[in-house]
Design a protein around this ligand. Structure first.
Ligand SMILES: N[C@@H](CCC(=O)N[C@@H](CS)C(=O)NCC(=O)O)C(=O)O
Length: 214
């Protein structure tokens, strides 16, 4: 049985969890706090980040986008990629934007955890600007989908999984962020996705980080 090392808030791990479930691929969920010294993540990924998918022979796969590609390549049915080449590339671009929003928000999140007198407002503003720019891009893609349930060809793809994961995490970690009022159509689209069983089953929740990270 495969094992997925995951964390309950992680938007990167959530993408993989949703994909595995949508493809009907069985796995054992190993929930960890990747920021604490108790995590087994470094034993499987020298970059010390989850998600990590551990295969039956002990091989480990990491970097969520690579795991997604690996799963889609090895287990193409049902496909979570669009059919046409341009649409496939577009889905990957959407994933890049979603991961980029998460990366910026993680940097801002840990900056906020430093002593208040050591925090850099310029750094936090820089990361929030990136996150807001990424959200603006997602909102414009959703506008182009014109009220459809899914972003591309009105079929569930990697693009929807990536957007649902980043927005779920944003709602959890940044409840005061105004994206729902700034981008109401993005919110309607998100709420629709969130009802899907694989999304509902993987909704993020906060974890306590015990170690001092910054
Ligand atoms: N680019 C990576 C990012 C993964 C990532 O940042 N994971 C976080 C948890 S949400 C982590 O494990 N952080 C621990 C660390 O960076 O030391 C991916 O897409 O998998």
């Amino acid at each position: 049985m495969w094992t997925l090392i995951s964390a309950t808030p992680s938007p990167y791990a959530r993408k993989v969890r949703i994909l595995l479930q949508e493809k009907g691929l069985p796995f054992e969920l190993q929930t960890e706090v990747p920021w604490d010294s108790t995590t087994k993540t470094p034993q499987y990924n020298r970059l010390e980040k989850l998600p990590v998918l551990i295969l039956d022979d002990g091989t480990s796969l990491y970097e969520s986008h690579f795991i997604m590609d690996w799963l889609e390549t090895r287990y193409p049915h049902p496909s979570l990629m669009p059919e046409g080449l341009d649409d496939r590339l577009f889905a990957k671009k959407v994933e890049v934007i979603c991961d980029g929003i998460c990366d910026a928000l993680v940097l801002a999140f840990f900056e906020k955890m430093r002593d208040p007198d050591k925090q850099s407002q310029a750094w936090k503003d820089r990361q929030m600007r990136k996150a807001d720019g990424g959200l603006q891009a997602l909102a414009s893609f959703v506008d182009q989908a014109d009220g459809n349930e899914f972003l591309i060809d009105n079929k569930l793809t990697l693009a929807d999984i990536a957007i649902g994961s980043v927005l779920g995490w944003l709602s959890l970690r940044w409840p005061d962020h105004q994206w729902k009022t700034t981008h109401p159509r993005l919110n309607v689209y998100f709420e629709g996705l969130d009802q899907r069983p694989t999304f509902a089953d993987t909704r993020p929740s906060a974890q306590n980080i015990t170690d001092q990270v910054v």
